[in-house]
Design a protein. Structure first.
Lengths: 567, 273
């Protein structure tokens, strides 16, 4: 015992350097970068990995083009505002950037890569290092890259017109960028925390709903304010609510960053300092909120759902599964499982209701969008948008099953049955989404004519089977394990993303072409006939794929299980 | 080969240039509790995956309950239960939901699936966690649930890949008693584990795989006799010492002597105090 104590003391006295430990916070970050690089390099050993890299490069080229193009356009507009002496109008440019920066990572979790905190906390790192690594590694995503590029464009646009504004516009936009990055991290870690428990998860779904609705009010508010101030002759027609919201948005980061630049242009140092300090205070608050969450994680919080004593008393509770008439027991079981997974997934529920929000956005944005001129097309637009959003689900049907996919191979149910059940579930979800979109389109825009409704339904019959067929194939060839319980931290297959985009472009392109052609021919009903003819082909294609799904799954069984069952 | 519950003939699996399993001829009689042993990377998991239809062999034949796995895959799956290494759980379902799901995937009707689920959860002592998502279960509870899922349809042959890994003594006792009851009712169990004491206590027959090749197969006594005679013939001082003390070779000793394992206790790592 005495010997043991001596040994413990001897070990405790050893310095980090003697143990070969680096105290630098950059050390774990470097290790993470290296390990990600090694994972990427190792993935190139397989054809799937090489295609995935190609898809990744293609996406980053697209993002870079959007970033540079957006930066150029925003820079031009910012320069125009400065030359017109309306520097505060830069907030009109900053608001969409702000909304994009916060919502894009949440809505398109496929593009965001986040670090699993548990994988990092295994190691003897200080809290300072943990905080640093979580913030930095979580910030390397498309939204941040695009946001920074766009702000850079605005800064260049401003200084190209007025060089004196270089220092303060740079400082203000830098503070704005930092605030955005921190807020995005705060949203992720807090959402993750709340979504870990079922009760707060349900509450969060409602809160998120309200948050997005309130975000949509920014559009009309800005449009109203802009049109009111742009035309000197007209008086703004604003309601007390919009006036209140207008006053509130003056205190929010986009407006504060713009006001810092505007006060700098007016050479009003006191007002400039005030608004800038207010902007900085947001950064400080977000930093504090992030610290609170990460500190709790670092100390080892438990996010599971421990059973309450009342649960223990309710033993021997018998649970009978769904009884779905007309389908086999296996199909009913998979359908029920899909429903339960979807209903317990915050991101999936959010995806489900997003098309209606988008209609709200376009309804509230007033003029300038084609739906305001052609409201009858709101339903087809929302239907196409629904399909686009649910592509993440359709093109990775086994992603959420993880290691559970093994069960589909060990059970006597055929893979065809499993896939068909999943397709039925997703088709039901799409139908519900289309119905919801149709009702929202009728309420927010106008009741579409029967010819448009029939044409849209026929287009759906054409587009959905194509998506399901290709989605089934891609799900087997390029699966990715997903956790539907968390926002972010999802790495969908790039091949799946690219394929789904290509299919959406194809189906929407054909749809638009057919609508235009039939419109020119004088009868929109003609579109319905063409879509129905195309639907027959696509349904036949779907059947063709489904009939071969067992052999395809058998051929790729090892790779599928390996990808989804790995921890 | 036809009378055996599990039989393989020249079973091989090649990954690129690596021969993971080579010419394995297994014979497991009906009603046997069979332990399948081997060092890490010897080919145990690859073999069990092939036996359960999760991996296609490069060559060779597999017969389960007299049925050729290649041509009667679905029929075989209906009669076997599997606890794979990954456990194959669906983390975002509750325990009862998962067991019902598995039961119905095996073709049980709703009532039977519900009844058996409730009984299994109760037997495994996890019925009090019926509202908890599986992802929030402890590792031991997940193992118990995976085991429950493997037997819900009453399989005739059960394949278990490391079922006792991470399971506490109480849970292990529950699992062992269930397995022994299955054996007494005529089921066949094919078990891979690194816990040799469990194999020694539960299994009547054992096979050892090493570098993808089957190096020993038979009852424990047959293996013991084989190893003793082989080592004695090759000049085995330690065996003589064992024999002189009339102590039987433990399974661990048999295993180490068969696969040629050496102890690393004499080696030292300079930086460990």
């Amino acid at each position: 015992m005495a010997g043991l104590k001596t040994a413990e003391l001897k070990t405790a006295e050893l310095k980090d350097s003697e143990l070969g430990i680096s105290a630098s916070p950059l050390s774990p970050l470097t290790a993470i970068v290296v390990v990600r690089w090694q994972i990427m390099a190792n993935s190139l050993r397989s054809t799937c990995g090489r295609v995935d890299l190609f898809a990744r490069i293609t996406m980053w080229v697209a993002f870079t083009a959007a970033g540079i193009g957006g930066a150029y356009g925003l820079g031009q507009q910012a320069g125009r505002f400065i030359s017109q002496g309306r520097a505060e109008f830069i907030s009109i440019l900053l608001w969409p950037i702000f909304v994009f920066w916060q919502l894009f990572p949440l809505l398109t979790t496929a593009f965001s890569e986040n670090l699993e905190s548990s994988s990092l906390l295994r190691f003897p790192i200080s809290y300072r290092t943990y905080f640093f690594v979580r913030v930095v590694s979580g910030s390397l995503d498309a939204a941040n890259a695009l946001g920074v590029l766009w702000l850079l464009g605005i800064a260049i646009g401003i200084t190209s017109v007025n060089k004196e504004l270089l220092p303060w516009s740079s400082v203000a936009l830098l503070a704005f960028a930092t605030t955005n990055i921190l807020l995005a991290r705060v949203l992720f870690v807090w959402l993750e925390h709340w979504l870990a428990r079922r009760r707060t998860r349900e509450l969060m779904a409602i809160l998120f709903f309200l948050l997005i609705i309130s975000a949509q009010l920014v559009g009309p508010l800005m449009t109203g304010a802009l049109s009111a101030r742009m035309s000197a002759d007209s008086k703004p027609h604003t309601t007390p609510i919009s006036r209140g919201l207008g006053a509130a948005q003056r205190l929010l980061p986009p407006r504060l960053a713009a006001a810092t630049i505007a006060e700098s242009a007016r050479k009003n140092p006191r007002a400039r300092t005030e608004v800038f300090l207010l902007l900085l205070s947001y950064g400080a608050i977000f930093l504090l909120l992030l610290h609170l969450r990460l500190r709790a994680q670092y100390r080892g919080e438990y996010l599971g759902e421990a059973s309450s004593p009342s649960d223990v008393a309710k033993t021997r509770m018998r649970y009978a599964g769904w009884d779905v008439p007309g389908v086999s027991a296996a199909t009913a079981a998979v359908l029920e499982k899909e429903f339960r997974y979807l209903s317990r997934s915050g991101p999936a529920l959010l995806t489900f209701v997003t098309p209606v929000f988008m209609l709200l956005v376009f309804r509230s944005s007033g003029r300038g969008f084609f739906l305001s001129d052609s409201p009858q097309y709101a339903f087809p637009f929302a239907a196409a948008y629904s399909l686009l959003l649910l592509a993440n689900l359709i093109y990775n049907v086994f992603g959420a099953d993880g290691a559970g996919v093994v069960l589909f191979f060990t059970s006597p149910a055929s893979f065809r049955q499993v896939v068909a059940a999943k397709n039925i579930g997703h088709a039901a979800l799409l139908t519900a989404d289309f119905a919801m979109a149709g009702i929202a389109a009728a309420l927010l825009f106008s009741i579409p004519p029967m010819s448009i409704v029939a044409g849209t339904l026929a287009w759906i019959l054409f587009a959905v089977p194509i998506n399901l067929a290709l989605g089934n194939v891609i799900s087997i060839l390029s699966p990715k394990k997903l956790d539907w319980g968390t926002f972010g931290r999802q790495r969908a297959s790039r091949i799946a993303i690219l394929t789904s985009f290509a299919v959406q472009i194809f189906t929407v392109g054909i749809g638009a072409g057919v609508w235009l052609t039939s419109g020119r021919m004088g009868s929109v009903w003609f579109a319905t006939l063409i879509f129905l003819a195309l639907a027959m082909v696509s349904v036949a294609g779907y059947k063709f794929v489904l009939n071969r799904i067992d052999s395809l799954a058998q051929k790729h069984e090892e790779a599928l299980i390996f990808e989804l069952a790995k921890s | 080969m036809d009378s055996a519950a599990i039989a393989t003939e020249m079973l091989s699996r090649k990954f690129s240039d690596v021969m993971a399993v080579e010419d394995v001829n297994l014979q497991v009689a009906a009603g046997q509790f069979f332990g399948f042993l081997g060092p890490n990377g010897a080919g145990k998991s690859t073999t069990i995956k092939m036996l359960t239809g999760l991996l296609a062999p490069t060559s060779g034949k597999i017969k389960i309950l007299g049925l050729d796995l290649a041509t009667h895959l679905t029929e075989v799956k209906r009669q076997i239960g599997v606890v794979p290494e990954s456990m194959a759980l669906l983390g975002r379902l509750t325990g009862p939901e998962y067991l019902n799901f598995v039961g119905r995937m095996y073709g049980l009707d709703r009532e039977t699936a519900a009844k058996r689920s409730a009984e299994l959860l109760d037997f495994m002592q996890i019925a009090d966690q019926h509202r908890k998502l599986i992802t929030d279960y402890s590792h031991g509870m997940q193992k118990k649930l995976a085991m429950a899922a493997a037997v819900i349809h009453g399989p005739k042959v059960l394949f278990l890949d490391e079922p006792f890994e991470g399971v506490d003594a109480i849970a292990a006792g529950t699992l062992k008693s269930m397995l022994q009851r299955m054996i007494s009712r005529g089921a066949t169990i094919f078990l891979t584990t690194h816990v040799l004491e469990i194999v020694e206590r539960l299994c009547s027959h054992v096979a050892i795989i090493h570098h993808g090749r089957l190096v020993a197969q038979g009852s424990l006594e047959e293996l013991r006799a084989g190893v003793e005679s082989k080592v004695a013939a090759a000049n085995g001082d330690s065996i003589q010492a064992n024999s002189s003390s009339n102590a039987k070779l433990t399974l661990e000793q048999i295993f180490l002597l068969t696969v040629g394992g050496s102890s690393s206790t004499e080696r030292e790592l300079s930086w460990l105090s």
